[in-house]
Design a protein around this ligand. Structure first.
Ligand code: HEC
Ligand code: HEC
Length: 440
């Protein structure tokens, strides 16, 4: 996160610097250079074409009913379908095994660096800290490596081995395409073929423009040339919301949307791990099953294990030498967050308004967010007692005393919501409905 972030905020500067990087042309549509690592292709490479087939193939699960797209719905920015309001999903051979965490969007993930205990912050000024990696705890270094997790997890796609996965591909309608992409003898080595499955899914997520569209109202507004020269303006409420985002609410400190050192930007995350004291979600079966798992806590970063793509085991994550990262989770992008049903790693929040209000009143009115037992508010109730000291109490909007006046007014909260709604891809001027609450 940015330290002393209020002093560093300058939305106008950020906006101009994004505009200054110019544009490149993608099939008649202009795309921002913050997508510079995307090759502007209209057809996918053979590898990505295979990846597309794999992404939608339900045969790649033990149940034969679940594909990547089941949880990562292309119609909802690769988050869970809008009709699905579960905090966690059910997988396994008969789709009855509950997961442990909420499904993140897969949009804008390709810019994520590998996990490091001492990652350089993309803002160029914050001190190094744990950052990067895939999943909520960063335990996969690349999108290719990540693929082993859902394919082999007993509560997701639940294949019993790499060989089982490769056998499905070998018998698939796209087996010849797979060979065309990775060599005619690719099926002769199970490990190589399994690694290639990961590489193909990675290629698809990186090449298909729908994963990295940069077609939100925010993009058209901040990089005017994207909208074919017709400026898109934010409404009064959205503009005020952007100021709240940058200053009053201090969201920008972690959901960093400025230019990134080395190129690119506007991802609405700095890839760091933070501990906002997320309330426990009793709707997650693992949290409710007190008999089987009496002390189950999802501690995030400090308990992460890495998938080993070669041996398909989970191997220990290289951890920072401190328990202080227990309860820290990766700062997610806020792009396409407005269409989500559940928020945060445990899906405890079910509306964006609630998320904003949590940030604003966690400390001034904790009883609103945590249960009260015998008259005592159980603050930070999703962490063991000894670990509650690691919750972030210094970054604005946190850190106020109970009963104090929160940083944001009700109007600020409403305006901030309006701004976050401008981060949804697929905006078409004059066609995309304007939230009537976000005009004036
Ligand atoms: C049963 C639902 C489910 C299925 C099926 C599934 N995922 Fe996921 N996906 C999740 C959840 C939940 C997470 C977060 C996991 C965690 O933090 O431990 C996730 C995380 C990810 C991430 C990391 C995103 C980030 O923010 O770092 C990627 C990439 C991803 N999935 C891709 C895939 C691909 C590719 C497939 C198919 C091979 C797939 N997923 C299948 C539920 C699913
Ligand atoms: C100190 C860093 C930090 C600050 C400041 C911060 N966030 Fe976050 N934000 C996070 C982290 C970390 C998570 C994930 C926490 C978890 O999963 O338990 C998160 C999650 C979210 C999510 C859920 C996204 C999803 O996909 O589930 C939203 C929405 C969000 N933040 C909005 C905001 C807004 C609005 C502000 C300003 C009022 C803000 N954040 C300030 C670090 C921060």
């Amino acid at each position: 996160m940015l330290e002393n972030s209020q002093a560093l905020r300058d939305p106008v500067r950020v906006k101009r610097s994004l505009f200054a990087v110019g544009i490149c042309i993608l099939g008649g549509l202009a795309a921002p250079t913050h997508a510079q690592s995307i090759t502007p292709v209209t057809t996918l490479s053979p590898q990505a074409q295979v990846g597309q087939q794999l992404f939608f193939d339900t045969n790649l699960s033990a149940s034969k009913q679940m594909s990547c797209a089941t949880c990562h719905d292309p119609n909802n920015h690769y988050a869970q379908p809008t009709t699905n309001t579960n905090p966690v999903q059910f997988g396994g051979p008969s789709l009855t095994a509950p997961g442990f965490r909420a499904v993140p969007t897969l949009t804008y993930k390709q810019y994520t660096p590998p996990y490091s205990d001492s990652a350089t912050n993309p803002d160029g000024v914050s001190t190094n800290s744990p950052g990067g990696g895939f999943t909520w705890d960063g335990r996969a270094d690349t999108q290719a490596q990540q693929v082993a997790i859902p394919l082999l997890s007993s509560f997701e796609m639940a294949n019993t081995s790499q060989a089982a996965v490769v056998a499905v591909v070998q018998n698939a309608s796209y087996a010849a395409l797979f060979q065309a992409a990775y060599g005619t003898d690719v099926f002769s080595n199970t490990q190589t073929a399994f690694t290639d499955v990961g590489l193909a899914l990675q290629a698809y997520q990186q090449e298909d423009p729908s994963f990295n569209a940069f077609t939100s109202k925010y993009d058209y507004w901040s990089t005017v040339a994207l909208s074919n020269g017709k400026p898109v303006n934010l409404t009064a409420a959205e503009t005020r919301g952007y100021t709240v985002f940058n200053y009053t609410g201090n969201c920008f400190a972690c959901h960093y949307n400025g230019p990134i050192t080395g190129g690119g930007g506007a991802l609405f995350t700095d890839f760091t791990y933070e501990n906002p004291g997320t309330p426990r979600n009793s709707k997650i079966p693992a949290n409710a099953t007190k008999i089987l798992l009496p002390t189950y806590y999802d501690l995030g970063l400090c308990t992460a294990v890495n998938p080993d793509p070669i041996n398909a085991y989970l191997i220990p994550h290289v951890l920072p030498g401190s328990a202080s990262l227990c309860g820290s989770f990766k700062t997610p992008t806020l792009r396409n967050t407005a269409t989500r049903n559940v928020f945060f790693h445990n899906g405890v929040f079910t509306s964006l308004a609630q998320v904003i209000d949590f940030y604003n009143t966690r400390d001034t009115n904790p009883g609103k967010w945590y249960p009260t037992v015998n008259g005592v508010v159980q603050k930070y109730n999703d962490l063991p007692t000894a670990m509650k000291i690691y919750v972030d109490t210094t970054d604005v909007p946190f850190g106020l005393s109970p009963g104090a006046t929160p940083f944001m007014t009700a109007q600020n909260e409403a305006d901030l919501l309006c701004f976050l709604e401008t981060l949804t891809d697929g905006y078409v001027a004059g066609v995309t409905p304007q939230d009537p609450n976000c005009v004036n």
